[in-house]
Design a protein around this ligand. Structure first.
Ligand code: SF4
Length: 388
């Protein structure tokens, strides 16, 4: 029987004013065949106008008194930008960064130069996330990536040489033809790098991508679900043994190195998003910009908001997003926080789903709530559907 919880008032409005900023840079040298992100291969044609639009959107949409605690520049490949564009972004951000706690940027191996690193330093970047994906060239080839493992090694050395120690490496697992031994070898190489943060993602086959069509036509075979689950467990086990803690289903960090910006997303906090496809979450409402780069440039240059289909969350959508994120986080679905943020008792809404997954051992109780068990974690997305 659900125990009744004390009534907690919603946060005062002032506490909900976002202190985080996401900036989307859509350019990639080439689209990877599994990627469905809002990216463009036309940097040479669009970069100048995109940067103009982005900086204009920044000054129009951010309140003058906005001071970011966390910034995340993602993409795409932000370090595909040329030095002039990075410098322009650095100058534009200056009014907003006093009081900054963490400033992350994504980079791809092979896109860094000494000059770009100097601008990133001047910009205030404190953390770099490298899209390494694998340290095995055969896996990189199968993924259709256009960099080699050696370029990741060189990029890490360059970053450290320039004073960037707070590094993340991305790892993709469940790649067609990958065996458990392949994954373990790759993972050991990652651990040997000694970076304080590793993000590990299972390969997904998104509709509309070449990988999706190839799987549908039988050209590409996804790894068995049971093997993918074994890989997931192996990653958690080995990273745990190496001193990492898993603060989110895909993210593991050495003590003190969890990404503060990721945590804002995971805790349903507020943030501004600038650039094509970027979403903002302000006072419980989420709006997303148009995905198309040229459409974004055109709208902003007409002094219009670049909102795409307005993606304002209704109550059910908010709850769906909340549960999805909570189940992916280490702290799980907490009753007191659910009541505070959504004004309902979690048991009142989800009693059946909770009972079912507790019974099958896919959920477990934790202080003040429920979280996925070791068996449930690889099935997070499927279990989340049952809550929705
Ligand atoms: S580098 Fe990353 S963002 Fe760019 S196409 Fe590849 S997966 Fe997508």
């Amino acid at each position: 029987m659900a125990k009744s919880l004390p009534k907690i008032s919603p946060l005062p409005l002032a506490a909900r004013i976002p202190a985080s900023l996401y900036i989307h840079i859509p350019f990639c040298a080439r689209r990877c065949p599994y990627c469905d992100f809002a990216v463009s291969e036309k940097r040479h044609v669009l970069e100048k106008n995109y940067m103009k639009a982005l900086i204009s959107e920044m000054h129009h949409r951010l309140p003058p008194n906005f001071r970011a605690r966390t910034i995340f520049i993602g993409g795409g490949t932000p370090t595909e930008l040329n030095v002039e564009s990075l410098q322009a972004l650095s100058d534009a951000l200056k009014p907003y960064i006093s009081g900054l706690r963490e400033f992350s940027i994504e980079a791809n191996p092979g896109t860094l130069t000494e000059k770009k690193l100097a601008v990133l330093k001047e910009m205030g970047v404190t953390r770099v996330s490298l899209g390494s994906q694998s340290l095995e060239n055969s896996v990189l080839e199968r993924l259709g990536r256009f960099h080699k493992a050696e370029q990741t090694e060189r990029s890490v050395a360059m970053l450290r040489g320039a004073g960037f120690e707070n590094l993340n490496l991305d790892l993709i697992f469940g790649v067609p033809e990958q065996s458990l031994d392949d994954l373990i070898r790759d993972l050991s190489a990652y651990i040997d790098f000694g970076v304080p943060h590793i993000s590990a993602y299972g390969l997904t086959f998104e509709e509309g991508t070449p990988f999706f069509s190839q799987r549908e036509s039988g050209q590409l075979k996804a790894v068995r679900q049971s093997l993918e689950a074994q890989m997931f467990h192996e990653i958690r086990q080995r990273l745990g043994d190496a001193g990492f803690s898993h603060y989110e289903i895909s993210n593991s960090a050495q003590p003190g190195h969890a990404c503060a910006h990721n945590r804002v997303y995971g805790r349903h906090g507020g943030y501004y998003g600038l650039g094509n496809s970027a979403a903002s979450h302000i006072s419980g409402q989420r709006v997303a910009n148009t995905r198309d780069v040229e459409d974004y440039i055109a709208q902003v240059s007409r002094n219009q908001c670049a909102f795409g289909e307005t993606d304002t969350l209704d109550r059910d959508a908010k709850i769906r997003e909340y549960v999805y994120l909570a189940l992916r986080s280490a702290r799980g679905l907490q009753r007191t926080l659910f009541l505070r943020d959504l004004g309902e008792d979690v048991m009142g809404r989800f009693e059946d789903a909770i009972a079912k997954h507790l019974k099958y051992g896919l959920l477990e109780t934790c202080p003040d709530g429920y979280r996925l068990s070791a068996r449930g974690l690889p099935l997070a997305d499927t279990i989340a559907v049952d809550f929705l």
